[in-house]
Design a protein around this ligand. Sequence first.
Ligand code: ACO
Ligand code: ZN
Length: 286
Amino acid sequence: EEVHEKATMLKNIDTIQIGANVVRCWYFSPYPADVITGRHLYICEHCLMYFSSRPFFQMHIGRCLPAPPPGNIVYYDKENRFVCYEVIGAENRFYCESLCLLSKLFLDHKTLYYQVDTFYFYVLCEIDDDGTHHLVGHFSKENYSMNNLACIMVLPPYQRKGYGKFLIQLSYAFSCREGFIGTPEKPLSDLGKVSYRGFWWWLLINYIDEGGYEDDINVVELERVSGISSDDIISTFEPMEFVKKYKGEMCISMSPTILKFCKSLPLFTGPKLLLDCDLIQWTERY
Ligand code: ACO
Ligand code: ZN
């Protein structure tokens, strides 16, 4: 039984072809065994249907309309370079399950939810010159959860261009709008950690700078103004030993000199793609 468990977790797919990209996979993903006959998968980047057989895939591509993801637009970039859609799990089961399966190829630790019914998916696409959408990545968000993000994945060919931090900003815009302090579902992967830590650091240093605080800053106060949870604030500043306990309350202690120094560090680069809140198209959910 246990041996079987381990065997099933071994990487089952080496490469996928999605859109114009051939991508090397990182981890096991539970694609249905009756579909998978080899170690290479063809995935339609529009409807996310997957194939082991090249002829079947090509037949599909010939018929499948290059439609955008099945949902409403929630964000349209000013220069029309990328767009984000809200896809409702319960209304688009196959699409969302396929998105989870695809994501799992690049996620180690997450237990895959086949139960997509209680999730919303925010799907990001690049738009090329003729208007065709290319899948970049997504994050998922569970209904009635204190996590403003369950899972985030950007396909390797699109990584390190700022899309990850863009989606993270969007997840905070949603939780702020809903009026709760959000936090990503734990544990974070290593790449999840670098993205979040970098984002929190940049955002919090900015709030501290703009706040013009004379004294130590109460973590609860910083949580209120920034929308970042106390735990995440503490985890951001703890390694630098900026966290102090004062009269039983957690504080961030940062002199003007240290603040200036922090702003000069290379770590202090803001997101490559800044979210413009005015461009969010609020759906009925928000
Ligand atoms: N090596 C070192 N640092 C990296 C790397 C890398 N390979 N990739 C990203 N980073 C760091 C950089 O600091 C980068 O910022 P910078 O380029 O401005 O210096 C920062 O992470 C974020 O970069 P983005 O371009 O905004 O993010 P990206 O589009 O690459 O997406 C993501 C980040 C979603 C985590 C992506 O790496 C990914 O999909 N990884 C696989 C799946 C995963 O681990 N997801 C997170 C799981 S945790 C959770 O879901 C709650
Ligand atoms: Zn298709």
